[in-house]
Design a binder for this molecule. Sequence first.
Ligand code: 5GP
Ligand code: ZN
Length: 140
Amino acid sequence: MTDKECIFCKIAGGEIPSSTVYEDEDFRVILDLGPASKGHALILPKQHFKDLCELDPAIAAKALPLAGKIGAAMKKALGCTGFNVVQNNGISAGQTVFHFHVHIIPRYENGPDMVTWAPGKATPEELAEISSSIREELTR
Ligand code: 5GP
Ligand code: ZN
């Protein structure tokens, strides 16, 4: 299913042109218009899913191997020495386009710091309480 109003549906379906690096029956992989680094790519499923929680498991199972394949090609083609795989869900997580997508962000030696956070602190009691509340929800 596609969404008539969704920009990524239009790009994935080829209705709007994009810098495509890969395409198969399920996905189109394009370059991000506002790249975090040279080669920043987005894996777009051709079907519309709002986010990871709604993603078809069969498509999900193909997305991570595809990310690995694209990342390996980036290392050879662009000379990056690593890459980050980022996937945002929800406004608070930084999602701005509500069509599931996976960012593949090439990382270069001496490149800027990104996709990082300052580790916080949690007591064993806090961790136990948090893990139990998530576990409970999963077994509902
Ligand atoms: P999000 O913040 O939702 O995880 O990521 C959305 C990404 O899509 C951003 O990195 C943004 O630069 C990129 N983007 C938004 N609109 C377009 C577009 O029309 N074309 C391309 N190629 N990238 C887009
Ligand atoms: Zn869409």
